[in-house]
Design a protein around this ligand. Structure first.
Ligand code: PBG
Length: 336
């Protein structure tokens, strides 16, 4: 036999052979597209630090959803940006708040869409923190009832899943209890279980006007150096009744996704966050990277690390690129 005996390149010789042995698939079914909804009418404002992403008023958002439906993106996550903020986050659990109204309209016009709502208080708080502020501290237990109230108010509008992103201890349990008591025991919770105190959320905070007025989020979001702690957080959330758990951000924490996947027998979601999106867009605008190829490589990597589900601002454009290329999912990542 001629040296070398083993030639892994044989199976890379044609696109057909590569497809045959490809280990990771990427499908639109697995992608969730996040959106920012504002009060008012006729608004579709591009977010400066997130080119291609917009703040929509409800009427404009319904038009966006028609496009999304046409492209085959079936899952969305909503963030609300209220016109008034206060120190009790009243807008978050107002039955006529921006998310509650949006959700009712969406469910009326797009009943099949998977509608997930982010449950957090920071966008609704005048100080921009994710909980009640007492002195200079973020009060954990006092915040739980407001989070549960918020989740319940979303449930009452017909959402398909609630996603708490605040990182208060015990919030999944508090939300589960209230949902169960009020007849929503079938409503799933997607927990942002391992959410790191990350600088990759910068563009999101511009978009939502939710940067904390003082201090930072390090007393509640996780230290980026920790992996074992992420597994403990996930374990706790599962005990409290989380149905799906999330690692966030995605790309700088692929090891966390992998470790979570190996340890827990539940679906894992990963959030390809605003800063990850902004980096790709900025590099593309400079002509430094080919964004289509890079985006597909990034999403494939997140899937390969073990994520079943990816929350990504790229979802819509990926669907568009796929359509333009005349392809069906699963995406063939080696074609333009
Ligand atoms: C709210 C929330 C944030 C993100 C999702 N939910 C911001 C934060 O924690 O400051 C970030 C999403 C992104 O960057 O795309 N707590």
């Amino acid at each position: 036999m001629k040296f070398p005996t083993f030639r892994p390149r044989r199976m890379r010789a044609t696109e057909g052979l590569r497809k045959l042995v490809r280990e990771t698939s990427l499908s639109l079914d697995q992608l969730i597209m996040p959106y920012f909804i504002v009060e008012g009418m006729g608004i579709k404002n591009e977010i400066e630090s997130m080119p291609g992403q917009f703040r929509f008023s409800i009427d404009q958002f319904l038009k966006e959803l028609e496009e999304l439906e046409e492209l085959g993106v079936e899952h969305i996550l909503l963030f609300g940006i209220p016109s008034k903020k206060d120190d009790r986050a009243s807008g978050a659990y107002d039955p006529n708040g921006v998310i509650q109204r949006a959700s009712r309209e969406i469910k009326k016009h797009f009943p099949k869409l998977t509608l997930i709502t982010d449950v957090c208080l920071c966008e609704y708080m005048s100080h921009g923190h994710c909980g009640i502020v007492e002195g200079e501290k973020i009060a954990n237990d006092a915040t739980l009832s407001l989070l549960a109230k918020t989740a319940l108010s979303h449930a009452e509008t017909g959402v398909d899943m609630v996603a708490p992103s605040d990182m208060m201890d015990g919030r999944v349990g508090a939300i589960r209890r209230v949902l169960d008591e009020r007849g929503f025991s079938n409503l799933p919770i997607l927990s942002y279980a391992a959410k790191y105190a990350s600088s990759f959320y910068g563009p999101f905070r511009d978009a939502a006007g939710s940067a904390p007025e003082f201090g930072d989020r390090k007393s509640y979001q996780m230290d980026s150096a920790n992996l074992k702690e992420a597994l403990r957080e996930i374990e706790l959330d599962l005990k409290e009744g989380a149905d799906l758990i999330m690692v966030k951000p995605a790309l700088p924490y692929l090891d966390v996704i992998r470790a979570a996947k190996d340890k827990f027998n539940i679906p894992i979601a990963a959030y390809n966050v605003s800063g990850e999106y902004a980096m790709v867009k900025a590099a593309h605008a400079m002509g430094f990277l080919d964004e289509k190829k890079v985006v597909l490589e990034i999403l494939t990597s997140i899937r390969r690390a073990g994520a079943n589900v990816i929350l990504t601002y790229h979802a819509k454009e990926v669907a568009l690129w796929s359509k333009e290329a005349g392809r069906q999912f699963p995406l063939n990542i080696s074609t333009p």
